[in-house]
Design a protein around this ligand. Structure first.
Ligand code: DCP
Length: 227
């Protein structure tokens, strides 16, 4: 099996896992992508901690966020930053580690959008940013590859409507368009912020029946860069 070969090559070089972060708009299929790779025993898959955001000592911070963004964005993004850091720091003996999102997209896409919309004001963003800078310098948050699941806002909007997550009922097409632009500038055009690793862009507009060939590109890429 291809990934087993990759992992053999990797373990011979280093004990540190080859770390891949999976990025893309809300509804771009990050969870489905990760589920595809879960079957490989040499891959450590860390799905996004949405369930933690829904239950922080009994508080549904995700619901709070959508109900009253001005009041709860700072709280929510603070907790996202903590839970993302926890994922970055998860130790594994497996040679490949895949993470859904990262501390980087939280800062460069979500916090940035909240700042532009003046939902988060500059002093609050400064505090989150000081934490962000401290965490990425003091901890070993190295990333070896970014997989960008690139989508059209209209496609993800349909998916978000179809999955009907109760907290996301107020999510608009405009919000997804803006968030798409944040990802595009960061990962595709590379005109905003810095990329912590090489970016592999996949067409994630494809549906479940045809997306396998895009997943295969990721497997091939891992083989190429480690071979
Ligand atoms: N979210 C947020 N700020 C962050 C991270 C996430 O406001 N820093 C919100 C947006 C969504 C929810 O959390 O309402 C989960 O978003 P993701 O895009 O991270 O996860 P999905 O479940 O939408 O991923 P996918 O559908 O691609 O599997």
């Amino acid at each position: 099996m291809m990934l087993r070969n990759i992992s053999r090559m990797m373990t011979s070089k280093s004990t540190k896992p080859f770390t891949v972060i999976i990025e893309g708009n809300i509804g771009s299929g990050k969870t489905t992508f990760l589920q595809h790779f879960e079957k490989y025993k040499d891959v450590c898959v860390l799905s996004e901690p949405v369930e933690m955001w829904r239950d922080c000592a009994g508080h549904n911070l995700l619901a709070n966020l959508y109900e009253n963004p001005v009041k709860w964005s700072f709280t929510f993004q603070s907790y996202v930053q903590l839970t993302m850091l926890q994922h970055h720091l998860v130790a594994t003996t497996k040679p490949i580690k895949l993470l859904e999102r990262s501390i980087f997209s939280a800062r460069y896409c979500f916090i940035e959008k909240l700042l532009r919309d003046e939902i988060l004001l500059a002093p609050s963003v400064s505090v989150l940013n000081e934490w962000f800078k401290y965490l990425i310098t003091k901890f070993n948050i190295s990333v070896d590859l970014i997989v960008y699941l690139r989508t059209s806002p209209e496609v993800v909007y349909e998916r978000v409507l179809a999955r009907n997550r109760k907290e996301e009922k107020s999510l608009s097409l405009q919000y997804l368009k803006d968030l798409h632009d944040m990802h595009e500038k960061w990962l595709f055009y590379k005109t905003a912020f810095s990329c912590p690793a090489h970016v592999l862009t996949l067409n994630a507009d494809l549906d479940k029946s045809t997306i396998e060939k895009e997943y295969q590109k990721c497997q091939d890429h891992l083989l190429t860069i480690t071979g």
